[in-house]
Design a protein around this ligand. Structure first.
Ligand SMILES: Cc1cc2nc3c(=O)[nH]c(=O)nc-3n(C[C@H](O)[C@H](O)[C@H](O)COP(=O)(O)OP(=O)(O)OC[C@H]3O[C@@H](n4cnc5c(N)ncnc54)[C@H](O)[C@@H]3O)c2cc1C
Length: 468
């Protein structure tokens, strides 16, 4: 059995699929797995641009957890939920409608999994998903169940209790099959405003630095500032089309990029944040506006982004990106790969990224290369380099060569990946031996999964005996 995926990765040989309906089904599947027939859990399998639903290695049984879709607990007093892997953004947001709480949506399809995204350390529009994850329930390789972070066996979150906590180790790893997660909800605020502006492409370095200053200056509101859709030309200047390669998005404005800052808080806090954002970006952006996100007309092009700022997921970003009317991205006409480097928010680093993308584009032209900066912390931005290409064999091969070339450039520049794909996940720790994590993670894997039956090579390399 093989699957099509929008990234055009080499098809993995898959032993079969299983759709468990309960925690005990998952325990049985893990106990029955072997080194020759490991399990590879997915939640909704829409990890587009990074491998979609494909496993890292051949001969896995893909365990599709989308049927485990209960919201086990919604604690409206404490502000947390305990959800299962099949719970989608749409379902979660619907459950929170008319409550005092919001979900932190990503701009991916409304029918993607909250847990699947969190286990890849994704970014929501309001904050990084790492800040949403309070604890997990995991089935370990021997079939036993572990709960972490203060999540108990009865799906209640008690707060971080004494002793070591393995929550972080369960994210971007292969130490367990996650069957539930405690999620921190966002308090529904008095006001939600969305700052929107286009900025001339040549201002990008100064805009990123200004957004970093805003994050460092502690905006009094919730919301993740984003600079998106900076299209890069082969030369490293700006524009969409590579000579001789069909441009996918001819209609795009390629001389400017988009800046979005959601601001959620009290009326006073939002008013202050609006003044801070306008002042920092003054002279750098064109026609800035702050819209009241709760009153944007459905016909307004900003409607989807205003919804995302208000905790309402959408399919329209995905559908507009791919020019399709459903979210069947893997079967669509356009290929898509994403590369996710951690980027310093300085003009010099911004220039270095653009030059690297431009050089790789020149050598291995694709139809479109765009860069996005998610301003996740006062220290760094999570970068997303998006490559679009036709789905013929030549174009797919060129896109993968470009991705490979860029990965090397980013490593050389000191911009390591914060999130990886099925071709590279097993190299990330190995390529970064200086932090010692590869040795420790491999020993943890050997201790918890000595038979190597859970998602082999997903971030943590195959178990090897610990060095004496
Ligand atoms: C236009 C567009 C916009 C996007 N916007 C965003 C965005 O704003 N933010 C963002 O982060 N991403 C974004 N994405 C990327 C991606 O679509 C999302 O991250 C999506 O949520 C991942 O798919 P999923 O939820 O189905 O997770 P899955 O594909 O189910 O899971 C991802 C991986 O996590 C592991 N995993 C999943 N479930 C389990 C489990 N229960 N136990 C153990 N391991 C598990 C598996 O290795 C799996 O391959 C975007 C993509 C596109 C094309």
């Amino acid at each position: 059995m093989v699957w099509d995926d929008v990234g055009g990765y080499a098809a993995r040989r898959v032993a079969g699929t299983a759709r468990p309906g309960s925690l005990s089904d998952v325990q049985d599947l893990v106990r029955q797995a072997s080194a020759d027939r490991p399990v590879y859990p997915i939640s909704t399998g829409r990890n587009w641009g990074l491998g979609s639903a494909q496993p890292v290695t051949d001969d896995c049984t893909v365990v599709d957890l989308s049927g485990l879709n209960s919201i086990r607990t919604l604690d409206m007093e404490a502000g947390y939920a305990v959800i299962e892997p099949g719970v989608t953004q749409r379902q979660f947001a619907e459950a929170l409608r008319d409550t005092g709480w919001l979900v932190n949506p990503t701009s991916s399809c409304a029918d993607t999994s909250v847990i699947g995204n969190a286990l890849e350390r994704g970014d929501g529009c309001l904050r990084p998903r790492t800040r949403d994850v309070l604890g997990v329930e995991a089935v370990l390789a021997d079939g036993s169940v572990l709960t972490t972070g203060g999540l108990d066996r009865f799906s209640h979150y008690r707060g971080l209790v004494a002793g070591p906590d393995l929550t972080g180790a369960m994210v971007q790893s292969n130490l367990g099959v996650i069957t539930a997660m405690a999620i921190s909800l966002i308090s529904r605020p008095e006001a939600i405003s969305l700052f929107v502006a286009q900025a001339p492409a040549e201002n990008v370095g100064r805009v990123i630095a200004a957004l970093a200053r805003l994050v460092r200056g502690r905006l009094p509101t919730t919301g993740l500032p984003l600079a998106a859709n900076l299209f890069v030309r082969p030369s490293g200047s700006f524009g969409a089309t590579a000579t001789g390669v069909r441009a996918v998005l001819d209609d795009y404005d390629t001389d400017s990029f988009t800046v979005l800052v959601p601001m959620l808080g009290s009326l006073e806090a939002v008013a202050l944040a609006q003044r801070m954002v306008r002042a920092e970006l003054s002279g750098l952006v064109l026609d800035p506006i702050c819209v009241d996100a709760l009153t944007v007309d459905p016909e307004d092009p900003l409607f989807a982004w205003a919804g995302l700022a208000s905790g309402i997921p959408t399919c329209s970003v995905v559908q507009n990106t791919f020019g399709i009317e459903t979210c069947d991205v893997d079967a669509g006409p356009r290929g898509f790969l994403a590369l996710m480097p951690l980027l310093p928010a300085t003009p010099a680093a911004v220039r270095a990224v653009i030059d690297a993308v431009g050089e790789a584009f020149e050598e291995h032209p694709v139809a479109l290369a765009a860069i996005e900066w998610n301003m996740i912390s006062p220290h760094h931005a999570n970068g997303v380099v998006q490559l679009m290409f036709d789905r013929d064999t030549d174009s797919v091969a060129r896109a993968h060569r470009m991705r490979e070339r860029l990965r090397h450039s980013f490593t050389r520049l000191g911009f390591p990946a914060y999130r990886s794909d099925i071709d590279h996940a097993s190299h990330e720790l190995v390529d970064r031996p200086e932090d010692g994590m590869v040795a420790v993670a491999t020993r943890l894997k050997a201790a918890l999964d000595p038979r190597g039956v859970i998602a082999p090579s997903r971030y943590v390399p195959v178990a090897v005996p610990a060095a004496i």
